[in-house]
Design a binder for this molecule. Sequence first.
Ligand SMILES: [Zn+2]
Length: 207
Amino acid sequence: MCYLESKKELVKIVKKLGKNKLLPGTSGNVSIRYNDNKILLTSSGSSSAFITYDDIVLTDIEGNIIEKTQKKPTSEIGIHTLIYKKRPDINAIIHSHSSALSAFAVAHKHLSCILAENIYYFKNVPFVPYFKPGSYELAMNTAACFENKDVNACFLLNHGFVLGAKNIKDAYNMTIMAENIAQIEINAYILGKFETLVCVNGNNDAI
Ligand SMILES: [Zn+2]
């Protein structure tokens, strides 16, 4: 995909994420790997509702800006660069601040085994301890989770959710799915009856 098309796709996905309340206001950030060792990512303070091509910043894999711009990359750039360095199979990253997933991050609660999608996509979603947003410690500890090739997402405790995928469409679909699963779990809890797949099947065979 050419440079302009990549920028266009990123803007389109960020707007979609915004419409689905996964990046409320100016929160969260999104990136794609471009031509192996470059990264296109949202700028600091950009709003998902009003994002334009000018809000997308091009950096190298170390996070150095390589195309002249008035904008600064997101302060969470370290999360993106360090994950890309560790995982050549990941080409898109979404750091979301959606309400249901962030509720799990605040409650320090893992997603329960309630639907087949949990097992298929989100069997192992580790916790990253709380560190100041934008800090090197947060970036390092988040990227460390992704050293495990089975990990595609993690909770940032008292903060949000980070997900990596092989392309931006997959990252979008998986983030939407994770938010939906988290919301279903909260809804079931409110309804007062909560069964995991192990409860339903009595064993792990069907999982
Ligand atoms: Zn954040």
